[in-house]
Design a protein around this ligand. Structure first.
Ligand code: ACO
Length: 429
């Protein structure tokens, strides 16, 4: 951490002083708000690689050390000891719940899992082969048309209830998207089950049959939801905040976050990793895949490798790697793709190209193999990520709503288009 509290610039001979802001942990930030006034200049930072967009107390990442804290608690402790719903409570409220608070939260989430019957029509309106992320995006946005009693952003209780509804209904909508795609009737949530088991039941209980839930599968899923629950100002959360900054309703904000998550550079990577491993096929093809990833002209990247913030091991990847071996063993699954993944990881970690660029496996590198072992279909992988990340999205949206410094997000640009010119009539062009 630097020990200076201001920086000075020389703007064409004119001295400019800018304050330096410091948080509890992490890099200090130069506050450039007065820069345009003092110099007439904006700042340019494509992809926001050096720009903090807000102050936040939700999650902290130290990318060089591979540290991830939710509200101050290390991710490995939460992964080992907590549950997804407890983590969701923590992210939203800032503190771990007492037993009574937890029981109340669980009760509330459980009793808001149903979707309105009319919402089912949205699913039947999709083509049978629609991607589940497309259906999730659309159905979540449509929630604002059903829950008018949570749209007054000035009412803290309505805001809180919108957050509860989103966490509660996301698995129901996700399972509905899957069932529609395979031609099964949409399932109702079972109140007596826990969050992850309820989702598994809605996904997999065939009409007319009774599903026996495997606790190993439910526990693994819960852990994956914890690991995906938040990651500070990532692309989808920043999208939720940008949309939120306009005063849009929470369902529209989260739907926009889902759209951002879908991209292969973000949450879509877990689906892309599995497809990549299947294409590589056997450990013998790993060397040629590495060579292709190093050749820029191939347009191919090692999916599940690299991260904007982590220049060290992604702490979530470490947990998932360990968990993958355990879950596969407990379920008695022998997946040859695991061998391909391990060989790929080993080869990349000692290759100069990846070492120099600090490209390590990220959270998505192993998650696909676990999802596959849990029998989650590949197109549903990013949907799984969305279920977990909903906790983070709503925590950030809630924080933003009471941030006295929050403003509409409106970046500037460097204009590179034509200079002023006169309109030319079509017969003179
Ligand atoms: N395979 C091969 N080369 C890579 C990879 C990769 N996976 N990732 C980055 N590089 C190279 C780039 O070509 C670039 O090389 P150069 O310096 O010679 O030009 C250098 O490493 C830096 O890469 P950038 O794209 O500038 O890094 P950035 O921080 O913008 O991107 C990202 C991060 C998008 C995650 C990138 O590493 C990537 O595309 N990874 C694969 C997709 C993926 O796994 N995404 C999931 C991210 S985690 C999440 O969202 C849950």
């Amino acid at each position: 951490m630097s020990d200076f509290d201001q920086v000075s610039l020389d703007a064409g001979g004119k001295p400019v002083t800018l304050p330096v802001l410091k948080g509890t942990l992490g890099n200090p930030c130069i506050d450039i708000a007065t820069l345009p006034k003092q110099t007439g200049c904006f700042t340019y930072d494509s992809g926001f690689t050096a720009t903090a967009s807000c102050k936040s107390a939700v999650t902290y990442i130290d990318g060089d050390e591979g540290v991830l804290l939710y509200r101050g608690y290390p991710i490995d402790q939460l992964a080992g000891k907590s549950s997804f719903l407890e983590v969701a409570y923590l992210l939203i409220n800032g503190e771990l719940p007492t037993a009574e608070q937890m029981a109340g939260f669980e009760h509330e989430v459980t009793h808001h899992t149903m979707m309105h019957e009319a919402l089912k029509n949205f699913f039947t309106g999709f083509r049978h082969d629609a991607h589940p992320m497309a259906m999730l995006c659309g159905s979540v946005a449509s929630l604002s048309a059903f829950y008018h009693d949570t749209l007054d952003l000035n009412d803290p209780e309505q805001r809180r209830m919108a957050a509860v509804r989103l966490i509660a209904k996301m698995p129901t909508l996700a399972a509905a998207a899957y069932r529609y795609s395979i031609g099964w009737p949409i399932a109702y949530p079972k109140n007596e089950l826990d969050y992850s088991s309820r989702f598994l039941h809605m996904m997999f209980e065939a009409p007319g049959a009774q599903l026996e839930l495997n606790p190993v599968v439910a526990k693994a899923l819960d852990l994956l939801f914890i690991l995906h629950a938040d990651h500070e100002q990532n692309a989808s959360t920043s999208t939720v905040r940008l949309v939120g900054s306009t005063g849009a309703n929470p369902y529209a904000c989260v739907s926009a976050g889902i759209a951002a998550l879908w991209g292969p550079a973000h949450g879509g990577a877990n689906e892309a990793v599995l497809k990549m491993l299947e294409e590589i096929g056997t450990p013998d093809n790993v060397e040629s895949a590495i060579a292709k990833a190093k050749d820029r002209s191939s347009g191919f990247r090692l999916m599940g490798f690299g991260h904007r913030v982590y220049k060290n091991f992604d702490p979530r990847a470490k947990i998932i790697r360990e968990m993958t071996h355990k879950v596969l063993e407990e379920l008695g699954v022998d997946d040859p793709l695991l061998e391909v993944a391990m060989k790929l990881e080993e080869a990349a970690l000692k290759d100069d190209y990846f070492v120099e660029r600090k490209l390590y496996p990220n959270v998505d590198f192993y998650s696909g193999i676990i999802y596959k072992a849990l029998k989650i279909p590949t197109e549903m992988f990013t949907v799984m990520f969305a279920i977990g990340r909903t906790a983070g999205w709503v925590a950030h949206w809630l924080e933003q709503q009471v941030d006295p410094e929050a403003k509409i997000g409106r970046p500037r640009q460097i204009y590179t288009g034509a200079d002023v010119r006169d309109y030319v009539p079509v017969d003179k062009r």
